[in-house]
Design a protein. Structure first.
Length: 388
C-alpha cells in the first residue's frame, strides 16, 4: 500500500515538474505578466507539495524534525490552492476584482498555514508515528487533519463554481478549454477530499477500510495530472484540436462515401479527378466530395418525382420537434435520390420531375453545416438501402 501511495505522489510530482519546465521556457517573453508569475508560483508550490508527499512516504525526519515533510506538504498545498485561485482571478476577472480577490485569498492562506503549524506542534506532530496522519482519535491532531482537508475542499468548490461562468464569458478558445479542464480537476480533487475525510474519520473511529484508503491517493494524482494539463493546454491543446477535427472530417468523409459512390457511378463527370484511396489531403477531398454529391444530385433532377417522400425512416418515426423534422427531411431526400438513381438506370423520366432547387431548398450556413446535413442524408440513404 505504501508503494502505491508513493507512486501516486511521484506521478503527481512528475506531471507538476513537466508543467513547470514547459512554462519556464516562456519566461523571457512573459515574465512581466502578473498572471504568468502567479502561474509559476502555483507550479512551484504544486511541485513542492507532491515532492514532500513522496519524501514523507519514506518516513524519517527532515532537518532533524520528525514528520516535517508532512507539515511542509500540507502548508505548500494550502499555498498552492491559494495560488490557483489567484490564477483563476487573473485569467477571468477585472483588474479591480482580481486585486480584491487576491488580497482575500492571500490573507486566508496565511491564516490557515499559521493555524496548521500551531496545531501540528501543539499535537506533538514531530513525535507522532506517520500512521497518525492517516487518521487518529487524538483531538488536536484530528483537528489539524480536518482543517487541512477543509482548506483543500473549499477552493475545489469555488474553482468549480467560477470556471463554468468564466469559460462562457471568454472568447479565447485556449483559455476556455483550460477553464473547463480546471473545473474537471476541481471535481476530481474534491473527490480526493471526500475520500481523505472518510479515511481520517474511519481511522479515528477504529474502523479499517483496507485498500479503499488508496482511493484518496488515486483521486489526488488524477486531479493533479488533469490540473497540470490544464495549465499547459497551449502546448497540447492545438495539436489535439487539429487531431479531433481531422477525425471528425474523416468520419464525415467515410459516411458520405455510399451516397457519393452511387452518384458517381450514375454521373462520372462530377469527379474532378479519378477517385483515390488516400486521405492525405483530407480537407480538400472532403470539399470535393461535398461538391460532387451536390453536382451528382443536380444531374438527377430530371429523374426526381415531385411526389416522392419518406416521412419516417426504417423502424418508425424519426422523432419529434426540430431534430425529428430534420431527420424526416433527410429520409425524404435520401428516398428521392434512391428512386431517381433507379429511374436514371432504367431511363424512366417521371411526368412531374423536380428540375430545380437544392435538397428541398435547404440553405446551410457554412461548409461544416453542409457536411453535417449531407452526412444525415447519406446515413438515411444507407439505411434505406439496407431496408430494401
Amino acid at each position: 500500500m505504501t508503494a502505491i501511495r508513493t507512486l501516486c505522489f511521484a506521478i503527481a510530482a512528475l506531471s507538476s515538474y513537466a508543467a513547470l519546465l514547459y512554462r519556464l521556457t516562456q519566461a523571457r517573453r512573459s515574465w512581466r505578466d502578473g498572471a504568468y508569475r502567479a502561474l509559476i508560483a502555483t507550479l512551484l508550490l504544486q511541485c513542492l507539495t507532491f515532492t514532500m508527499g513522496a519524501v514523507a512516504m519514506g518516513g524519517g525526519s527532515v532537518l532533524g524534525i520528525g514528520n516535517l515533510a508532512v507539515l511542509i506538504m500540507h502548508l505548500a498545498a494550502v499555498a498552492f490552492c491559494v495560488a490557483a485561485q489567484i490564477i483563476l482571478l487573473r485569467w477571468a476577472a477585472t483588474d479591480e476584482a482580481a486585486a480584491r480577490g487576491t488580497r482575500y485569498w492571500l490573507i486566508t492562506g496565511i491564516v490557515l498555514d499559521v493555524l496548521l503549524t500551531a496545531l501540528f506542534f501543539l499535537a506533538d506532530g514531530p513525535g507522532r508515528p506517520m500512521s497518525d496522519f492517516d487518521g487518529t482519535s487524538r483531538p488536536l491532531l484530528l483537528t489539524y487533519l480536518l482543517v487541512f482537508i477543509v482548506s483543500q475542499a473549499v477552493p475545489c468548490v469555488t474553482i468549480y463554481r467560477q470556471c463554468g461562468p468564466y469559460a462562457r464569458m471568454t472568447d479565447n478558445a485556449s483559455l476556455r478549454q483550460a477553464l473547463r479542464m480546471l473545473s474537471v480537476a476541481a471535481v476530481v480533487l474534491f473527490l480526493y477530499c471526500t475520500a481523505r475525510t472518510v479515511n481520517i474519520l474511519t481511522a479515528a473511529a477504529g474502523v479499517d477500510i483496507g485498500a479503499w484508503k488508496l482511493a484518496s491517493n488515486v483521486f489526488s494524482a488524477s486531479g493533479i495530472v488533469i490540473l497540470s494539463l490544464s495549465l499547459i493546454n497551449s502546448l497540447w491543446g492545438p495539436p489535439v484540436s487539429r487531431l479531433v477535427e481531422w477525425a471528425r472530417s474523416y468520419r464525415s468523409y467515410r459516411a458520405l462515401h455510399p451516397l457519393w459512390r452511387d452518384l458517381y457511378e450514375a454521373s462520372p463527370d462530377i469527379a474532378l479527378e479519378p477517385p483515390k484511396a488516400s486521405v492525405s489531403d483530407l480537407d480538400y477531398r472532403l470539399h470535393r466530395r461535398v461538391v460532387e454529391i451536390r453536382d451528382g444530385w443536380r444531374d438527377l433532377r430530371p429523374y426526381i418525382a415531385r411526389d416522392t417522400h419518406a416521412a419516417d425512416g426504417p423502424g418508425g418515426a424519426a422523432g419529434n420537434g426540430a431534430a425529428g423534422a430534420e431527420a424526416r427531411q433527410a429520409f425524404a431526400e435520401a428516398a428521392q435520390i434512391r428512386q431517381a438513381l433507379q429511374a436514371k438506370r432504367t431511363g424512366s423520366v417521371p411526368d412531374h420531375s423536380k428540375d430545380a432547387g437544392d435538397f428541398d431548398d435547404r440553405d446551410t450556413d457554412n461548409f461544416m453545416a453542409e457536411v453535417a446535413w449531407l452526412t444525415q442524408v447519406a446515413a438515411a440513404y444507407s439505411k434505406l438501402g439496407r431496408a430494401s
